[in-house]
Design a protein around this ligand. Structure first.
Ligand code: AG3
Length: 285
């Protein structure tokens, strides 16, 4: 039953509009407004301060792409840190690998976790896995205090670089992350849309900062219909391995085999394709 139109404005009065049937969750937390909307075309939609974080229909693209390229590249991934990601989607993807022993997830806002528990059981179920350790804390503080050389992979599953999330795109945060990573370690962060002027300067700055801390920094892309501009980017920073030249398709295929039929976006061929950048994106760096 259609009730009203919800629009996330991208720039001026331009944005993406959803037909809303019902508000399923609506709470002002200490950090932000947390809402879950039942929409007609994309199912349930989680928004934070009015920004779309995920929809039932297309969350698989983002969650698969923020995890699998790095997890298929790493020689022996065992321990992972997720900064943000309180909905559980990224955690679900990481836990698909039987060789993963422990995943620490640091979410600043427990209301996000509660919204996911209430409205997105497909995602939040991941928190029940005994390998998952949930920390309700500030990610920047967590990485400042954690022990060095602990993780094989750090995934920054944050909102846009505004307010309390801004620090997750800054130099001291990245330096702390680099210290927490083991020898071959990697860091993956969501890095907004290359079409979007708003965050272009901060993404370019983040790329430069990572370049000073890691030997390899590469952007890759995915199509996410419900994020601003529909074309989304991620950055992979790696201490040693090159994401394409050192990609071993056979190792990746073996690792994915137990659950490859459950993935809906990522596959071994797509891995290489995702790192091929349009010319206007190349020129950003
Ligand atoms: N994190 C990235 C969301 C950024 C979307 N930005 C926007 N709508 N303006 C999503 C978290 C999902 N685990």
């Amino acid at each position: 039953q259609y009730q009203f139109q919800y629009t996330e404005f991208w720039q001026g009065r331009t944005g993406l509009s959803f037909g809303v049937e019902r508000i399923l969750f609506n709470r002002q937390s200490a950090y932000q407004q947390v809402q879950v909307l039942q929409t007609d075309a994309f199912g349930r939609v989680l928004t934070l301060d009015g920004l779309v974080m995920l929809t039932e229909r297309d969350e698989f693209v983002y969650h698969e792409m923020i995890c699998h390229p790095a997890l298929c590249l790493l020689p022996h991934p065992r321990r992972v840190l997720i900064v943000g990601g309180g909905d559980g989607g990224t955690l679900r993807e990481v836990l698909r690998y039987a060789e993963i022993e422990q995943v620490d997830l640091v979410e600043i806002d427990e209301v996000v976790i509660e919204a996911a528990r209430t409205c997105f059981p497909e995602l939040s179920r991941a928190f029940d896995d005994p390998r998952a350790r949930l920390h309700v804390a500030d990610g920047a503080a967590f990485v400042r205090e954690a022990a060095p050389a602990t993780y094989d992979l750090i995934i920054v599953d944050s909102t846009d670089p505004v307010k309390f999330a801004e620090g997750l795109f800054g130099e001291s945060f990245y330096r702390d992350c680099a210290r927490l990573l083991r020898e071959d370690g990697m860091l993956v962060t969501q890095s907004e849309s290359p079409f979007d002027q708003t965050f272009q300067a901060s993404i370019q700055a983040a790329h430069a900062m990572l370049g000073r801390l890691f030997s390899q920094v590469h952007m890759y892309l995915a199509h996410i219909p419900t994020y601003p501009m529909g074309l989304w980017s991620f950055m992979l920073a790696s201490k040693r391995l090159h994401p394409v030249d050192d990609f071993d398709s056979e190792q990746a295929a073996r690792r994915l085999a137990p659950f490859a039929n459950r993935l809906r976006y990522y596959n071994v061929e797509l891995h290489r394709a995702a790192f091929a950048l349009p010319s206007f994106v190349r020129r950003l760096f």
